[in-house]
Design a protein around this ligand. Structure first.
Ligand SMILES: Cc1cc2nc3c(=O)[nH]c(=O)nc-3n(C[C@H](O)[C@H](O)[C@H](O)COP(=O)(O)OP(=O)(O)OC[C@H]3O[C@@H](n4cnc5c(N)ncnc54)[C@H](O)[C@@H]3O)c2cc1C
Length: 440
């Protein structure tokens, strides 16, 4: 248990930028039995508990909003098994995604979910947030890979749900309800995950456009031509301008948008699919199309994309990160509206994200010490535009504390009521990660 103020500090913040939330202590559980004990005692003494993985969450999900105990599963790092016949892995929740993906690859298999935080985020946090990432376009998000869960409810009751088999329809899909519940239903202690055969080959292409609208059109064209990339990532002009001179790939002057496209599959079909993507980019007006010629060049292109988030953070006092998702066809219109909102509110906005899914990470950038009202106004306008275009307010980062205000904008009272009732089924006294997702 950590009570010492200095050591406790890192458990009171995350990557949301929401600041520090005080708590009594952090417990670093090493086993399911310790999680059971904490949740039993906390229930008896009516103490709030906030589950935590690596703290890379972008919406404040692991912040102890009501104080009490931070229950970290970061020390539960066992990969229990990787079964190459059943294509199943069983892991503890504190395993870091990057370590797991490497172990799976070493066994000749593939685990597709790949949030850009993969070097540090935990599988428990991925499951709680239903994390996505670039490869979601072809392979879907974390939920598609969670076959079964062992979790502990407030009070210490152990709940095992789901299965080890590829199929199974007994009872309600409680596993699916737990995935994405942001640590408000139960604390995951063991995950049974689906694996895939490793794709034999991967090819990566980067296309440069004069503006993001043309890049958005290239995405639509590539899909119409039957291409099925595993990732289609977009950087807009403001993001490129911030990145210039700071990335391994030299972003050309005058670039208004960059599209990073990656395909996988059999080498014979792959060249053909890559050409189709290149043609779609050229037809949409690409200024330049570069096909990675080596593994190093491929890594450099991805590093260029991954630098977007940390660079914007380094260069501005505040980076308010939104994570909206719109139907793919509405993406060019959403990009137009983002520009108009930035101009009207007079705040810089940089956008990047998973273009194949219509999932845009829109960053409102502020250099003043206090975030001005016009920045909040811009965020409200972004949310309104998203809903007008029949999108959703959170694509993959969850709601946490940060997006709570907007949940009733998207969901009607009957749906909100049924979700509150569901929360009471798992946690009647509202002690597990209280004060999250739904405004009180
Ligand atoms: C640079 C960067 C890039 C990112 N890129 C992506 C991306 O591409 N796609 C994406 O989806 N996200 C991305 N994220 C967001 C973040 O990494 C993910 O949400 C990740 O899944 C959080 O994992 P974590 O271990 O850090 O969880 P934490 O931040 O510690 O917690 C997140 C939530 O999970 C809950 N939780 C944690 N462990 C458990 C458990 N054992 N049982 C129950 N609940 C638990 C917490 O209560 C909290 O609600 C990014 C973040 C950063 C900083």
């Amino acid at each position: 248990m950590v009570r010492d103020e200095e050591r406790l500090e890192r458990f009171l913040v995350d990557e949301s930028g929401l600041g520090r939330f005080p708590a009594e202590c952090a417990v670093l559980a090493e086993s399911r039995a310790e999680v059971e004990l904490v949740l039993r005692l906390a229930q008896e003494h009516r103490v709030p508990v906030t589950p935590r993985g690596a703290g890379t969450g972008m919406t404040g999900g692991c912040l102890p909003a009501k104080g009490g105990i931070v229950l970290s599963t970061e020390r539960m790092t066992k990969i229990v098994e990787i079964d190459t016949d059943d294509l199943v892995a069983v892991v503890e929740p504190g395993v870091v995604l990057g370590d797991f993906a490497a172990a799976v690859e070493a066994a000749g298999l593939f685990y597709p979910p790949d949030p850009a935080s993969l070097a540090s985020c935990t599988l428990g946090g991925n499951v709680a947030e239903n994390a996505g990432g670039p490869r979601a376009f072809k392979y879907g998000v974390t939920r598609e890979y969670v076959l079964g869960l062992e979790s502990v409810r407030m009070g210490g009751e152990v709940l095992r749900c789901g299965r080890r088999t590829q199929k199974g329809v007994v009872g309600y899909d409680v596993t699916a309800a737990l995935v994405g519940s942001e640590g408000t239903f139960a604390v995951a202690t063991e995950l049974t995950l689906k694996l895939l055969p490793k794709p034999p080959a991967v090819q990566t292409l980067l296309a440069v456009f004069a503006d993001p609208i043309a890049a958005g059109q290239a995405v639509t064209r590539a899909i119409h031509l039957g291409a099925r990339p595993r990732a289609l990532e977009l950087l807009d002009r403001a993001t490129i301008d911030h990145l210039r001179g700071r990335t391994p790939y030299r972003l050309p002057d005058g670039a208004g948008a960059v599209l990073l496209c990656e395909l996988d599959g059999d080498p014979e079909g792959l060249d053909h699919a890559l050409m189709r993507c290149a043609q779609a980019c050229e037809a949409a007006g690409a200024i330049d199309v570069l096909i990675a010629q080596s593994e190093q060049q491929r890594r450099d292109l991805w590093e260029t994309r991954r630098r977007a988030n940390p660079t914007l953070k380094e260069l501005h006092r505040h980076k308010i990160a939104e994570d909206v998702v719109v139907p793919r066809g509405a993406m060019p219109e959403m990009l137009r509206r983002i520009d108009a909102i930035a101009a009207a509110a007079d705040v810089p906005i940089a956008t990047y994200g998973h273009a194949g899914d219509g999932n845009l990470h829109i960053n409102v950038l502020v250099d003043e010490e206090q975030i001005p009202e016009r920045a909040y106004g811009a965020i409200d306008a972004l949310m309104r535009a998203t809903l007008e275009l029949r999108g959703s307010l959170a694509g993959e980062h969850g709601v946490g504390l940060m997006k709570m205000k907007y949940v009733p904008w998207e969901q009607a009272p009957p749906l909100l009521r049924i979700q509150r009732e569901l929360k009471r089924v798992f946690d009647p006294d509202d002690l597990l990660n209280p004060g999250k997702i739904f405004p009180s």
